[in-house]
Each structure stands twice: as C-alpha cells, then as structure tokens.
Design a protein around this ligand. Structure first.
Ligand SMILES: Cc1cc2nc3c(=O)[nH]c(=O)nc-3n(C[C@H](O)[C@H](O)[C@H](O)COP(=O)(O)O)c2cc1C
Length: 205
C-alpha cells in the first residue's frame, strides 16, 4: 500500500559532484550502511545530470540540509538541471578535500565520498562509496523528509526515488445519500439523482 511508504523516515540532502561540470541535486536517499570502513549509499536517477557526473568522476559529496533551509536552495537543486544551469552561482560555494563544490550556509554536515560500487536499480543508480571526510558544519536540527512534506508542504518531482504518482479521480460521492457518480469530471450543477442535492466529495483510486 502506498501509505506504508510514507512511514519510511529519511532526511533531506544536497549531493554535489564534478567531472566536466559542477552538478548537484536534492536527494532524500542517503544512508550509512557500514562503519568499518564508513560506507554510504545514494540513489540517483539515471536521467539526472548529477548521475552522469558522478559516474565519470567516481566521487561525490553530501551535505545535510538544516530544518529551516531556504526554500530557494531546494527549488534550485531539486527542480532544474545542472546541465543547463550553474546552480551554485547564487550561493557562496566552498570546495571539499576532493575538490567538489558544496554550500556551507543552511547545511549541518558534510560527507565527501569516493565511489566503490554502482548498482543498477532500474530508473536509478545506487552509488555505494567510502567516506573520506566528514565535517560537522552546524549544531542546527537537520531537516527530515517528513518535515519537508508536512510542515513546509514540499513536493517531490518524478525523478526522486520516493516519487508517488498522484491518484486519478475516479468519481464523486454524494455527501448526503452516498450515491456515486462515476467519471473524472462532475458536470456543472449536477444534482444527485437519488436525493436531489448538489454536494459531492471527490473519490481518488
Ligand atoms: C524532496 C526531493 C527529493 C528528491 N530525491 C531524489 C533522489 O533521491 N534521487 C534523485 O535522483 N533525485 C531526487 N530528487 C530530484 C532531483 O533533485 C532533481 O531531479 C534535480 O533537478 C536533478 O538535477 P540534475 O539534473 O542537475 O542532477 C529529489 C527532489 C526533491 C525535491
């Protein structure tokens, strides 16, 4: 059931990399999977420019967004392509020890990672890598994916691993007698053929 997936907890992260060009995108799929050595994974859509740049450079970094991160950062890095855009231009970027760009403001931690393995996950590539540097940037609270969706009313684009297609409208239920009108659009001024009133609630399946 789709709602079960909403119970998965994750954070909000900015992945940065560079091969031919600096690239970066928002992800909520970053996880530590071992501690000796410190191994982590990220899942990046094959169509994201960040994916092609990580495959070439074999390295990436991840910064953890703080709870009140400026929404513009999420809009810039989560909803446009680095192929046509210098996403870092508007921000005071820095470079980690791997020579990769990151934004320090609005972030609470930085991890620099060398890729050890790529796993094909159909639409995505799962990159597993070893952390070469980890830095605490601030003591602020990190933003969770749940906070982004429920408090910030944030949305998730189709290329995200956790994207859920909006449900299609299948009909309208009469608020008084429960009669169901089947169809995507309720005709204007439609009157319930059973009880004669005009209040209906959308049914999505
Ligand atoms: C909340 C949120 C979560 C996302 N999670 C992922 C993810 O886990 N993996 C991914 O590949 N893209 C994810 N995305 C989508 C990318 O950030 C987006 O497609 C971006 O524009 C790609 O930029 P690029 O082409 O420069 O790499 C997410 C976006 C948002 C807003």
């Amino acid at each position: 059931m789709r709602k079960a997936f909403d119970k998965l907890t994750s954070g909000m992260y900015l992945v940065g990399t560079k091969a031919d060009k600096e690239a970066g995108c928002i992800v909520n799929t970053f996880e530590q999977v071992a501690s000796k050595p410190e191994l982590v994974v990220i899942a990046i859509n094959k169509e994201n420019y960040t994916c092609t740049q990580i495959r070439k450079s074999k390295k990436f970094n991840v910064t953890v967004l703080k709870e009140d991160t400026d929404k513009e950062i999420i809009n810039t890095f989560g909803f446009s392509s680095s192929e046509f855009n210098d996403k870092y231009k508007a921000y005071n970027k820095k470079y980690d020890l791997l020579g990769l760009p990151y934004i320090e403001n609005d972030m609470v931690a930085l991890f620099s990672v060398r890729v050890k393995e790529e796993i094909d996950a159909n639409t995505h590539i799962v990159f597993m890598g070893e952390v070469s540097e980890s830095v605490l940037l601030s003591e602020d609270r990190p933003m969770t994916y749940d906070y982004y969706r429920t408090v910030k009313n944030g949305i998730t684009p189709p290329k995200a691993s956790t994207y859920q297609k909006p449900k299609a409208v299948s009909g309208y239920k009469c608020d008084v007698c429960g009669y169901i009108y089947r169809g995507e659009e309720l005709p204007i001024d439609y009157i319930c053929p059973i009880c004669g009133q005009t209040h209906f609630t959308k049914i999505c399946e």
